[in-house]
Design a protein around this ligand. Structure first.
Ligand code: CA
Length: 228
């Protein structure tokens, strides 16, 4: 199945891109490289990748953040940002672009591949679709785990991978106050390295996309509780 799994590597440093490509090929993935934002968008259009590795600073007119914005307008494909500095991490999180994860350069290719696998496991898993896979959140929101689809008042709401996972996790634990750490463990995994701001950013996105129909309460000093 891996051989069919196309991954776009959007990176203008050929040393990094070639190294990442080598590691992905070893795992049986089919990587395509792009050194510009323009080329990245072509690959997304033509190859329908299952995941994007996205450098922020790119040669050419379209940087990584803009690639993410344009891709997100039509697709929820998982995106892992390759960031060069801490302030880029702040921009990725602050802009609420719906990134699924990020790694800071210099990164270990082994670690990056582990994250790629973790995200693909989550998104490519084909759960048995049963009635139980469909969870109502309040009166107007429905989370369909089988289809990985959320509807609000009957209309589909596009969510990024982690936004969906977070909402689903909250829905499964409706009525319970969950700490940011518990949410990170449950959604991103125990081995995820990053800080708690990520949870807040994703919560803000869920609130923005789902509006007042989402009864998500902030528990000060702790985390969040979804009332269903
Ligand atoms: Ca770069």
């Amino acid at each position: 199945m891996n051989e069919e799994t196309v991954i776009a590597i959007v990176e203008d440093d050929p040393n990094i891109a070639d190294l990442v490509e080598l590691y992905l090929r070893r795992e049986g993935y089919r990587p395509y490289q792009a050194t510009t934002g323009e080329r990245a968008l072509e690959i997304v259009e033509q190859r329908d990748p299952r995941l994007l590795l996205l450098d922020i600073g790119l040669a050419g007119d379209i940087d990584g953040l803009e690639v993410c914005r344009r891709v997100r307008a039509t697709s929820a494909v998982p995106i892992i940002f390759l960031t060069a500095r801490d302030d880029e991490v702040d921009r990725v999180l602050g802009l609420e672009l719906g990134a699924d994860d990020y790694v800071t350069k210099p990164f270990s290719p082994r670690e990056l591949v582990a994250r790629v696998k973790a995200i693909l496991r989550r998104t490519e898993a084909a759960p048995t679709v049963t009635a139980a896979a469909i969870v109502a959140v309040g009166e107007h929101i429905v989370v369909d785990r089988g289809r990985r689809e959320v509807t609000r008042r009957g209309q589909p709401v596009p969510l990024a991978t982690r936004e969906f996972d977070l909402l689903h996790h909250l829905a499964e634990h409706a009525g319970l106050a969950l700490s940011r750490r518990q949410l990170i463990d449950g959604v991103w995994g125990h081995d995820w390295v990053g800080d708690d701001r990520t949870v807040d950013v994703h919560v803000r996105q869920l609130r923005r996309k789902l509006g007042p129909d989402l009864d998500l309460v902030t528990i000060w000093g702790v985390g969040y509780r979804l009332d269903a």
